[in-house]
Design a protein around this ligand. Structure first.
Ligand SMILES: Cc1cc2nc3c(=O)[nH]c(=O)nc-3n(C[C@H](O)[C@H](O)[C@H](O)COP(=O)(O)O)c2cc1C
Ligand SMILES: CCCCCCCCCCC(=O)C(=O)O
Length: 364
């Protein structure tokens, strides 16, 4: 009997075999030369551990909280759109799995199941991800619907004034299913002339004049805490704190936007230093192992989010697959903590990892 996947990479392999090529290419793809896509993985591999021994690790506590909301471990679900292309249950299956694993899911605005369907599917803490659209009334309606359906924060994605150039989608003439949340709100003719429909839709709807003053505008329409997703520099991290956001997500959008942006793990430390504890920091991009989660925490993240592995779990085995993906990562983190001599998250320090910068500095 063939055994099931034993790690997140094997889930990707299974999903690749199951999915239509056009859909697998959309989920797995990155921008242009996909330099950042490979760096998101390789940069983690260049970080090594400095494990400590002879510490009692018979009990490991991974529990934590973010903005006051408790989680079993600092591993959250990143917003990913168009999940009907992976499984007919789409975001509802992901929401149920996240709830079962006692973690926070960020629901993408571009989901194929509505805010209301996800909210009524199970009881859990959830955040809602938003872009700023040319039609501001669409943003207002979505934020109000998220509020009235019990979502606890707004995650504003700020790295997408325009859609990155995803050449696989252009070649495949990628066709998008309906954005469930926009039904009756927005009617746009988004048929590409020979390229990706997503690109056509994005250029018709995304507001590329968005600037820092719009954070104030967003605050004026909601009382929910606002997190900014897509910060990669100390300069922008300081501006985000000045703009009184509740949290920062260090992210390059899974390398789907600006190619040759740094791996998000490589940008983490400068953001952590700039913010110096003022707000929580979440990291996403390239997390495939519990060891990656530990490295991000050691470099100052409060939590991480995972994108593609959730989609692959969903494609491979539906809700159960998503649960297995989250549990695998939680179990791997627990083992990594034990082997590094860290019984609790507070025991994980900068001294537990050695980056390439550390190695270069030690040679000077
Ligand atoms: C298929 C797919 C769809 C995504 N959709 C969104 C989205 O709607 N909004 C958003 O802010 N980020 C979106 N992202 C980016 C993720 O939130 C996250 O930043 C990224 O996937 C993390 O990298 P990882 O996939 O290596 O874990 C998407 C990513 C993928 C792969
Ligand atoms: C009404 C606004 C339309 C915005 C179109 C952009 C959709 C992006 C979909 C998912 C995504 O972020 C991704 O990386 O893919």
């Amino acid at each position: 009997m063939e055994s099931g996947p034993v790690n997140l990479n094997e889930f990707e392999e299974l999903a690749r075999k199951i999915l239509l090529k056009m859909n697998y290419d959309f989920f797995s793809g990155g921008a242009e030369d996909r330099y950042t896509l490979s760096e998101n993985i390789k940069a983690f591999q260049r970080i090594l551990f400095r494990p400590r021994v002879l510490i009692d690790v018979s009990k490991i506590d991974m529990s934590t909280s973010l903005l006051g909301f408790k989680m079993a471990a600092p591993i959250m679900v990143a917003p990913t759109g168009l999940l009907k292309l992976a499984n007919h249950e789409g975001e509802v299956a992901v929401a149920r799995a996240a709830a079962a694993c006692n973690t926070i899911m960020v629901l993408s605005f571009s989901s194929n199941r509505t805010i209301e369907e996800v909210a009524s599917s199970c009881d859990a803490v959830r955040f809602f991800q938003l872009y700023i659209y040319k039609q501001r009334d669409v943003c207002i309606t979505l934020v109000k619907r998220a509020e009235s359906n019990g979502f606890k924060a707004i995650v504003l994605t700020v790295d997408t004034p325009r859609l990155g150039r995803r050449e696989a989608d252009i070649k495949n003439k990628f066709v998008i299913p309906k954005f469930a949340n926009l039904e009756g709100l927005l009617s746009v003719n988004a048929k590409s002339k020979g390229g990706s429909d997503l690109e056509a839709f994005a250029s018709a709807t995304l507001d590329d004049s968005v600037s820092w003053k719009d954070i104030e505008w967003l605050r004026s329409i909601t009382k929910l805490p606002i997190l900014l997703k897509g910060i990669l520099t100390a300069e922008d991290a300081r501006k985000a704190v000045e703009a009184r956001v509740a949290g920062i997500i260090v992210s390059n959008h899974g390398a789907r936007q600006l190619d040759y942006a740094p791996a998000s793990i490589s940008a983490l430390e400068e953001v952590v230093r700039a913010v110096s504890g003022a707000v929580p920091i979440i990291l996403d991009g390239g997390i495939r192992r519990g060891t990656d989660v530990f490295k991000a925490l050691a470099l100052g993240a409060n939590a991480v989010m995972i994108g593609r592995p959730i989609v692959y779990g969903l494609a491979a085995k539906g809700e159960n697959g998503v649960r297995q993906v989250i549990e695998m990562l939680q179990n791997e983190l627990e083992l990594t903590m034990a082997l590094n001599g860290c019984p609790g998250l507070k025991d994980i320090t900068r001294n537990h990892v050695q980056t390439e910068h550390d190695r270069l500095r030690s040679m000077l």
